[in-house]
Design a protein around this ligand. Sequence first.
Ligand SMILES: Cc1ncc(COP(=O)(O)O)c(C=O)c1O
Length: 303
Amino acid sequence: MADELTFPSDIYALQSQLRLHGLDPSAHLVQVKSRDGKFLEEDDIIAEMNEDIAMIVLPTVLYRSGQILDMERLTKEAHARGIMVGFDACHSVGVIPHLFDNWEVDFAFWCNYKHLNGGPGCVAGLYVNRKHFARKPGLAGWFGSRKDKQFDMEHTFTQANSAGAFQIGTPHILSMAPLLGSLEMFAEAGIEHIRKKSLRLTQYLMDLIQSELMGYGFEIGSPRHEAKRGGHIILEHPEAARICKALKQEAIIPDYREPDMIRLAPVALYTSFQEVYETVKVLKKIMDGRLYENYENKRGIIA
Ligand SMILES: Cc1ncc(COP(=O)(O)O)c(C=O)c1O
């Protein structure tokens, strides 16, 4: 089971796994519906947890609206029905604290190239709950070996007693180097402090949008409530694709997401409140001068 708002890669992975097991994704993958196309209701997800469900994969933070799902509650409800649950943490790692051990989440995975600053294509991360350490990897490689055994080069796989058992090959060292530096800074600053500043940044951004931009047809498509809000804000506007192009021209880099969303991610460790203020000022200038009309309202190949 997944949801209908999740990132396509997760759906492709689940569909292909089902096919590998001789199952038909159109019949065997349940996708929980969103009531409004933006948010998910935990109650709706729980209502779909029945005896037909073997495993659930959900986002920690939705990549468009930035909604945080209640991972603890969902995990508890899934486990009460004997269902394994994992989370895609791409949009929450480096933004919010994760208590996967305490919540007894079965597994989680994430890319390190957004808030953790690893750079596009940087090696990914995997969390595996201790209770699954003895499970055999579906596709094993020598890097999943116990480290003291790896260079014995035996044809019998002695797996690591950690999430490392699920590693396959040698990680890309050059792409791990920026992560090493970045993680040291995250550890030094502490995720609780980062979360506090991130919430203040997104609140300030929403307050400014509310006071300065509402007359231009913008809608805020992210949760207002702190406990539900991740590290980014979605601004909806019918001209979103070309407003993003105009922002880039002004050296402000948003993400455009279909069909009408501008994703703005002020990052706690390096975005200042002044920059948030400047961003809204630039958006106002783009709207007042209709500068977006210099561009086609269509996304480029890369959004
Ligand atoms: C929520 C989510 N899951 C998965 C991915 C894909 O990550 P990767 O390119 O490392 O496979 C992304 C990338 O943007 C994402 O936002």
